[in-house]
Design a protein around this ligand. Structure first.
Ligand SMILES: *Cc1c(COP(=O)(O)O)cnc(C)c1O
Length: 395
């Protein structure tokens, strides 16, 4: 039978892998209204609490008043307006690179950068836990595609030795589902020895990491000679939407000429760039947001350890609780929800088989008291989850 979608959907459901979209009926923030209920949420990527910030909203409002709402055309036709250009210049200054190029989404920035730089006869080497958009980009490029062991410079070295043509090493800066940091000093050193370039997608590092929120490269003090292609997204700590690639003059001109997801799409609304300019200013200057986050991270890890939860070695606001099978992860998420807390279960294929988890994320907008509520609920639910398992085993 052609297009037997019903069977495919039923199989996904039976494997506890069926996805549903919670309906958010409030702005983003610690307290949200979801599916008609008030919940305390620990699962957004709004790490600095800027997605609903009054000054960012006001910048968007003023931008819309001045520039209208639509980008109107692609950047190369007549869609590249002054707010886009100013934001690019501000992002170049922020990252300490000659230039930056604005994309409509992070997914598109990754597809655009990798496919513009590589083709047949080249090699792309990726961490096996890279974000889906980076893996898709590598496959789409037509280059020889190989994945090295997670964060393993030795494994990378072995693959570099066999690489042909232009070689690009691609990694998340902060791994999106685990929260751990790429071992960039070691990875960059291997790449340099083989004249390979390094591309870092720091979607989750910009904002929380570095003295001024400059992400993992600021954290490790790495320059453009170490990381030639630096990607950031604007929908996470920046609280708005879009993405950028930062690098040399030649890199950015190459993307303008050859990156199809840059060329063949309408520019983002200019007013959105106005909002992001404001959030960039807050992200850089309001260091208290990073300090408060650090306090929350420390408290969460200490509390979780006391309960006996299994955590990942993560210094970032991404603090997954490893559960294992998808069924149990869903159950724990459901138990928390019954107590008024929203933490989503992340299951395969988003994460490797057998590593389902609750992806707890912390935000500077959370209070310590709110975090204590999460820890109290976990202390109650975690032992109950084990009991439910035993009952099931005995049945
Ligand atoms: C979210 C994310 C992206 C995609 O960015 P969008 O702007 O949401 O399309 C890319 N890379 C990583 C590591 C991400 O976490």
């Amino acid at each position: 039978m052609p297009f037997d979608l019903a069977t495919r959907l039923a199989e996904r459901r039976a494997a506890h892998l069926y996805r549903q979209r919670p309906l958010l009926d409030s702005p983003q923030g610690p307290l949200v209204r979801v599916d008609g209920r008030e919940l305390l949420a620990f699962c957004s990527n709004d790490y600095l609490g800027l997605a609903n910030h009054p000054q960012v909203i006001e910048a968007w409002r003023a931008g819309a008043h001045r520039w209208g709402v639509g980008g109107g055309a692609s950047h190369l036709v007549i869609g590249h307006s002054t707010p886009h250009h100013e934001l690019e210049e501000a992002l170049a200054a922020f990252t300490g690179r000659p230039r930056a190029l604005l994309f409509s989404t992070g997914y598109m920035a990754n597809l655009g950068a990798v496919t513009a730089l590589l083709g047949q006869g080249d090699t792309v080497l990726e961490d096996r836990l890279n974000h889906a958009s980076l893996l898709d980009a590598g496959l789409l490029s037509g280059a020889r595609f190989s994945r090295y062991l997670h964060n393993d410079a030795q494994s990378l070295a072995g693959r570099l030795a066999k690489a042909n043509g232009n070689t690009l090493v691609v990694t998340d800066g902060v791994f999106s589902m685990d929260g751990d940091l790429a071992d960039l000093p070691a990875l960059c050193a291997e790449a340099k020895q083989r004249d390979a370039w390094v591309m870092v997608d720091d979607a989750h590092g910009f904002g929380p990491l570095g003295a001024t929120g400059g992400g993992i490269v600021e954290h490790f003090g790495l320059g453009p000679d170490d990381v030639q292609v630096l990607v950031g997204t604007l929908g996470k700590a920046f609280g708005t939407a879009g993405a950028f690639v930062a690098g040399s003059e030649e890199l950015i001109e190459t993307l303008v000429q050859f990156a199809r997801p840059y060329i063949y799409t309408t520019s983002q609304p200019p007013a959105l760039a106005c909002a992001t300019l404001k959030s960039l200013e807050l992200l850089r200057s309001e260091h208290w947001r990073r300090e408060h986050l650090a306090t929350l991270i420390q408290r969460f890890r200490a509390g979780a350890e006391a309960i006996g939860l299994s955590l990942v070695d993560s210094p970032t606001p991404i603090q997954p609780i490893m559960v294992g099978d998808s069924d149990r992860a869903l159950r724990l998420s459901q138990m928390l929800r019954e107590r008024g807390l929203l933490v989503t279960a992340i299951r395969p294929p988003t994460v490797p088989a057998g590593s389902a988890r609750l992806r707890v994320t912390l935000s500077a907008a959370h209070s310590v008291a709110q975090l204590e509520l999460l820890l109290e609920a976990l202390a109650e639910c975690w032992p109950q989850l084990a009991t439910v398992e035993e009952d099931k085993g005995n049945a």
